[in-house]
Design a protein around this ligand. Structure first.
Ligand code: ADP
Length: 151
């Protein structure tokens, strides 16, 4: 059984994340969207809100579930028997950052990181830009799923 986790902050989930998840569904038997909890980080949306946005968006998609975790991503993978980490790549900066993390994770475990390149339509979207638009009262409906704009 091919089980992957898609780790991130999802503050909030965007159409970019959704593109990666939807394209990964045919590749895996199960995808756990894993919200990392970092007590030193300040979030715009609470953990409950971020989890609920994802659950509502993937309601009825049997292969996708949402969990939260603390600590090392590879330890979480081992706890839930996931062999793959799914990540999205938008640009060279993402690649450099992800490369170091994937190498580190490989040095700590057998878990493989699988990268998908973003779609051209969503490659410019980031949660931080969405937060900026929200804070400045701009229209962000085309950047996020309905569950986020409904909140
Ligand atoms: P992190 O806190 O790890 O940066 P994010 O929630 O921002 O978490 O991102 C989680 C994953 O989603 C990362 O692999 C990131 O590259 C990917 N991602 C973020 N935005 C997009 C996008 N617009 N298109 C594709 N992948 C994306």
């Amino acid at each position: 059984m091919k089980k992957a986790i898609f780790p991130g902050s999802f503050d909030p989930i965007t159409n970019g994340h959704i593109d990666i998840i939807q394209r990964a569904i045919p590749l895996f038997d199960e995808i756990v969207i894993a919200i990392g909890v970092n007590s030193n980080k300040k979030y715009m949306f609470s953990l409950e809100e971020r989890k609920s946005f994802i659950e509502k968006t993937f309601e009825g998609e049997a292969k996708v579930s949402v969990k939260t975790y603390e600590g090392l991503t590879v330890n979480f993978c081992e706890r839930i028997n996931a062999s793959f980490i799914l990540r999205g790549l938008r640009n060279p900066a993402d690649f450099e950052f992800e490369k170091a993390i994937a190498h580190t994770n490989r040095s700590l475990s057998e878990i493989e990181t699988v990268f998908l390149l973003t779609s051209t339509e969503t490659s410019f979207i980031s949660s931080s830009i969405v937060r900026d638009v929200i804070q400045n009262h701009g229209d962000y409906a085309h950047l996020v799923p309905k569950a986020v704009t409904d909140s």
